[in-house]
Design a protein around this ligand. Sequence first.
Ligand code: AR6
Length: 228
Amino acid sequence: MDLSLPQSPTPADDALDGPLARLAIHVGDITALPAGLRVDAIANAANETLLGGGGVDGAIHRAAGPDLAEHCRTHHPGGCPTGLAKHTPAFGLERQGIRHILHAVGPVWPQEDGHEVGYAMPGAPTDDSAKLGYTHADNLLASCYVQLFALAVRHGVRHLALPAISTGVYRFPKPRAARIAFGHAHGHLHRHEHPERITFVCFSDEDAKHYHDAIQTRGEWMANRRRV
Ligand code: AR6
């Protein structure tokens, strides 16, 4: 299912809304995207080994086949530190027109004794409506997106599909992660011609709602975030 994004009703919002035409939300499996979307690169929510795991990482490794892990072992023997991203070919996913996999390692949302300790910076607000950019995890997730977009530019990607990095096993709060993903995608598209399109791939309608909420309320939170 593809969902169109809300467009600006007022000219005053044009600067904010220009890149919206190049953003989309798709609900489904990132390893089985409709051919009509013409996605040529997908991002992976990897771990630091780059050798595969569960969740979207497991699905991508299964769809790409064993050559992917072998390539990572040979070309990225140190794996990838959290907050960075690495490029590989798409191997078995090339049958679907995908040429690149961009593997980002998102942060684990910190917990101690079962309690969230994500808002660690002194003076930071303590709920999820708080300004973005006050936690180390915010900045590491933001860094993933910056790195992914830089790799997409370097490899001439035209249409990049992004999963919701860190929001599964790594427990990053989903509304917060959607704001970070949208904010950085929007900022990148505002300044760059490539990729031409970015699609947020959500595994459920509920996950897609976090992106819709982030976009609809962007006027409230984008001005207040702490830029990194
Ligand atoms: N297509 C699209 N989205 C998916 C798919 C899929 N096939 N499968 C899961 N999701 P996660 P993380 C969504 O756990 O939190 C792995 O073991 C899922 O609903 O895949 O960054 C790695 O090896 C969630 O919203 O990634 C790492 O060890 C989002 O993808 C660790 O998990 C991310 O969930 C990374 O954890």
